[in-house]
Ligand binder design. Structure first.
Ligand code: NOJ
Length: 557
């Protein structure tokens, strides 16, 4: 057999990757309501995040992205923003936020915040003013009011329009508590510029842009074909009239100018944007990356993929090509607060991943947690070896499974009711983290408290404190991988060379002297020639790489 790693000689001149920090950053997503609860009310808060910053520093991440912590009635977990320039009292105060940014900076960690420009909350002052004003008024023009609705459906199920007292309807692509802004109104454009500056002035390193492709709607709001409704988390490639409108590119260019007006020569460095755009067709993503607009687009395409080397490889090839051809950055993502947790995704019958039955949508499914965890560990090594930036969702470093057994009357995600309880919603990946102890709330709060979503009874072994003491834990694996990633000149931004080790294997080399091999098949495979196993996601059997296991190898001289 020829040595598939030949040609991967180390390049002693290779230095740190050029380019802004975010091109190869590892960013940790904090969902504030579920990270850590300092005031003991059962919901996380900013003081809780501050108190646990050392967990993130130990893990070795470059930045945190905070999901929304702004004042909100919580119709959609805070993605219904009532005031873009403040902190919800349940999470603390602006002073807490400032301390968080400062204390994170002391640890070399940047803070990215979420900006939600497609919609606000029905409790936002401007929406309340719009309701109080007559049809045709300037106040109503900041939103999308019409005398007759079109046939669009909400991303969360049900109609995308709600009728107000005088008979007009307003558009909400999500919950009725989230009215869509009219981005053709200059007040809206100007307001968001102020919002960007407000947080940049407080030291943020950038923004995660929510629903970034939907801000502008096609003029005339044309009906959709009846068989072509919501495509939010499952894009199918065909455009809809509220996505990818050409005006977006100019808008993001103007935002980039604002970000670039902040000094880049000291911490946190150049300010970045990472856009939430679900695409399965790279040609749709390319225009955003090619210009001087968005810095990054999330790459969500591995999340819906079943555990299959062929499916993963197709996504990785296409996404990497997109990044190379545009010169853009498309950070890899395996989990977030909208998608079932990895351990559960990979621990179920993979035929059901793309074609879930009604029972699966309600979480009634057998999960092999041991198998799912083994695969999630291998996936972590894949994620952190791929070229470019990566995002880690809180709790994935602990191997948390999806909490499937939340009682119906404790579910909070509006998707549950809006889909007439046919989809369990996204609560199962948003459960408060276990930090320590034998029983709920597992140190999430330092007193017995009912957490805003219930925690399962068997999470003691997954708690941070337990895993820190166990060198074989998934937390230890993440820490080791992040340490190695910082140290190794081949990792982070750069290129990759595929190696062919069989149909069930993902294998690629990175210069200098690094190879990843992940066995997604059912049978062990022989490892290629190497000098050293740098890391393994599970026990090896001599030179055999068992099923559902990945390794990082040192190759070359
Ligand atoms: C994307 C967010 O990630 C999700 O949680 C939210 O429900 C929608 N955008 C609407 O803001």
């Amino acid at each position: 057999m020829t040595d598939p790693t030949s040609g991967l000689m180390p390049d002693p001149t290779a230095g740190p990757a050029a380019g802004p920090w975010w091109r190869d950053a590892v960013v940790y997503q904090v969902y504030p309501r579920s990270f850590a609860d300092a005031d003991g009310d059962g919901e996380g808060d900013l003081r809780g995040v501050r108190a646990r910053l050392d967990h993130l520093a130990d893990l070795g991440v470059d930045a945190v992205w905070l999901s929304p912590f702004y004042p909100s009635p919580m119709a959609d977990g805070g993605y219904d923003v009532a005031d873009y320039c403040d902190v919800d009292p349940r999470y603390g105060t602006l002073a807490d936020f400032d301390l968080l940014v400062a204390e994170a900076a002391e640890r070399g960690i940047r803070v990215i915040v979420d900006i939600v420009p497609n919609h606000c909350s029905a409790a936002h002052l401007w929406f309340r003013q719009a309701l109080a004003a007559p049809p045709g008024s300037p106040e109503r023009d900041r939103f999308i009011f019409r005398d007759e609705p079109n046939n669009w459906q909400s991303n969360f199920g049900g109609r995308a329009w709600t009728r107000v007292a005088d008979g007009q309807w307003y558009l909400h692509l999500f919950d009725s508590g989230q009215p869509d802004w009219n981005w053709r109104n200059p007040d809206v454009v100007a307001m968001f510029e102020q919002v960007l500056r407000f947080w940049l002035d407080r030291g943020v390193a950038g923004f995660r842009i929510d629903v970034a492709a939907m801000l502008y709607k096609q003029e005339g709001l044309p009906d959709l074909p009846p068989d072509r409704q919501m495509a939010y988390l499952v894009p199918d490639g065909s455009p809809v009239p509220y996505e990818h409108q050409p005006e977006l590119l100019d808008l993001y260019r103007s935002w980039r100018k604002i970000l670039d007006s902040y000094p880049a020569d000291a911490f946190p460095g150049p300010r970045g944007t990472v856009a939430e755009i679900w695409f399965d067709d790279a040609t749709r993503a390319a225009p955003y990356l090619a210009g001087d607009g968005l810095a990054q687009l999330f790459n969500f395409r591995l999340m819906p993929a079943p555990w299959s080397a062929a499916e993963f490889r197709a996504v990785i090839e296409d996404s990497h090509r997109l990044a190379v051809e545009t010169g853009g950055s498309v950070p890899w993502v395996l989990g977030n607060h909208d998608v079932p947790r990895m351990v559960t995704r990979y621990g179920v019958d993979q035929a059901l991943v793309r074609n879930p039955t009604p029972d699966v949508l309600l979480g009634r499914i057998d999960v092999d947690r041991e198998l799912g965890t083994r695969r999630a560990r291998a996936a972590a090594l894949l994620l952190l070896a791929l070229p470019g930036a990566a995002y880690i969702y809180q709790g994935d470093e602990l191997g948390l499974p999806e909490h499937l057994a939340i009682p119906d009357d404790e579910r909070q995600d509006p998707m549950f009711e809006r889909t007439a309880r046919t989809f369990m919603g996204r609560d199962g990946c948003r459960v408060p983290l276990p930090w320590s102890g034998a029983a709920a709330p597992y140190g999430f709060a330092d007193r017995p408290v009912r957490t805003w979503l219930p925690q399962p009874g068997d999470w003691a072994e997954l708690a941070v404190e337990r895993q820190r003491a166990d060198p074989g834990s998934i937390l230890a694996l993440y820490r080791a991988a992040l340490t190695e990633r910082r140290r190794h000149p081949a990792l982070g931004d750069g290129d990759m060379i595929w190696l062919d080790l069989g149909p069930d294997v993902l294998a690629f080399g990175r210069e200098p002297g690094f190879v990843l091999v992940a066995n997604l098949g059912a049978e062990p495979i022989t490892l290629p020639a190497h000098n050293e196993v740098l890391l393994a996601s599970g026990p090896l059997d001599g030179d055999l790489l068992p099923a559902d296991t990945a390794v990082w190898l040192r190759t070359g001289v």
